[in-house]
Design a protein around this ligand. Structure first.
Ligand code: FMN
Length: 351
């Protein structure tokens, strides 16, 4: 059983203040490229209505030249609080993109300074900004000047283990006008491997006045509580733990508010959710949605007898009907099973 200490409960009982904007939850759904579209966010929000969500990262250079809103930047007018995340290395393009983001309904604009992917870093964006703190500062200044909503930054602790510069970097972001910083406790060279070094998040919290959000390895309520206790962070952001499990943000939020653990969904309930996700992706994106749904569907199919075989079938679905029928058959098998079959361990999602 997890326990919520009175001191943690009272520390987190007030709204999260991002500049003048208030959020009634200390648990955030991270931006996840290829995942956190409007459809996914809707599912997460059902269980975590107060939480802040992020769009997938949007390329500011792309916006500058195309001048047209990409689907990944689309926000439902009813979904609040919402942040639109941008990436680039050009302060002027980012400022321009931020104005478009606010027009689309963003409550805050987040700048990606953590993405490790070569395609992004070789153009000077994402985590490569950790190596160009002056450019990162200029970006924050330009975006803060361009919009009247809070500007936030999401970053890592450094480029490599030998270049951990998050303390200096985070201070610079605050001084440049960032109203919140999310720190993923890994270096760029770690990618997504090895444990997140939460101790650095604690050190950042000690020196900043703006809210600090802890990110990295937030796979359960227990992990979130441990991280909040260890780091003193103002909130936690969930990422891979939500893949195929849009319940996680709500579970953590509920625990932090009440000290009670929610009953986790059964495998059948998870598969019902997968069906809904699939149907909604098809309605929103058509055939492209079905192709994108394959990975989501395999993420849902975890932790029960027959899951590996089901993943095999779901990874190649060609259309909505086939996907729904495949999941229905799995649900039926689960409903009729005696529970004696071997259940695979729930493991970390590989991406
Ligand atoms: C599939 C995938 C897509 C991601 N896309 C983004 C993104 O668009 N913007 C961003 O800031 N971080 C992105 N990230 C990083 C996560 O937001 C998060 O920082 C990272 O996964 C660490 O948290 P975790 O260990 O709990 O997964 C992505 C991560 C994954 C696995």
């Amino acid at each position: 059983m997890i326990s919520l200490s009175p001191s943690l409960k009272s520390r987190l009982s007030t709204p999260l203040k991002i500049g003048s904007f208030e959020v009634k939850s200390r648990v955030l759904q991270s931006p996840l490229s290829g995942v956190t579209d409007l459809v996914f966010r809707r599912l997460v929000r059902r269980y975590a209505p107060d939480s802040m969500m992020y769009t997938e990262m949007v390329n500011a250079t792309g916006l500058h030249y195309v001048k047209e809103l990409p689907k990944i930047m689309e926000v439902d007018p009813n979904e609040r609080p919402i942040s639109i995340q941008l990436f680039d290395c050009r302060p002027d393009f980012l400022a321009e993109a931020a104005v478009m983001a606010v027009k689309e309904g963003a409550d805050t604009v987040d700048i990606n300074m953590g993405c490790p992917v070569n395609k992004i870093t070789k153009n000077g964006g994402g985590s490569s900004l950790l190596r160009q703190p002056e450019v990162a500062e200029a970006i924050v200044r330009a975006v803060v000047k361009a919009v009247n909503v809070p500007v936030t930054v999401k970053t890592r602790i450094g480029w490599t283990d030998k270049e951990i510069n998050i303390l200096d970097f985070a201070k610079r972001m605050e001084d440049a006008g960032a109203q919140m910083i999310t720190v993923h406790g890994r270096t760029r060279s770690q990618g997504y491997t090895g444990p997140a070094k939460w101790e650095w998040i604690g050190k950042v919290k000690e020196i900043l006045s703006i809210p600090v959000i802890a990110n990295g390895d937030m796979f359960s309520v227990e992990a979130a509580v441990k991280c909040l206790e260890q780091t003193g962070a103002d909130g936690v952001m969930c990422s891979r733990g939500t893949l195929g499990y849009p319940f996680l943000v709500g579970e953590i939020d509920y625990f932090l508010k009440t000290g009670q653990e929610k009953t986790p969904p059964t495998p059948i309930q998870r598969l019902e959710c997968a069906k809904e996700h699939l149907q909604a992706l098809w309605e929103y994106k058509g055939d492209r949605g079905i192709r994108q749904a394959r990975k989501h569907m395999t993420w849902y199919a975890k932790g029960f007898a027959g899951a590996a075989e089901l993943r095999g079938h779901l990874s190649v679905i060609e259309n909505l009907q086939q996907g729904l029928e495949t999941i229905d058959r799995a649900i039926e098998r689960l409903a009729n099973s005696t529970g004696s079959q071997e259940v695979e361990e729930l493991e970390l999602v590989e991406v």
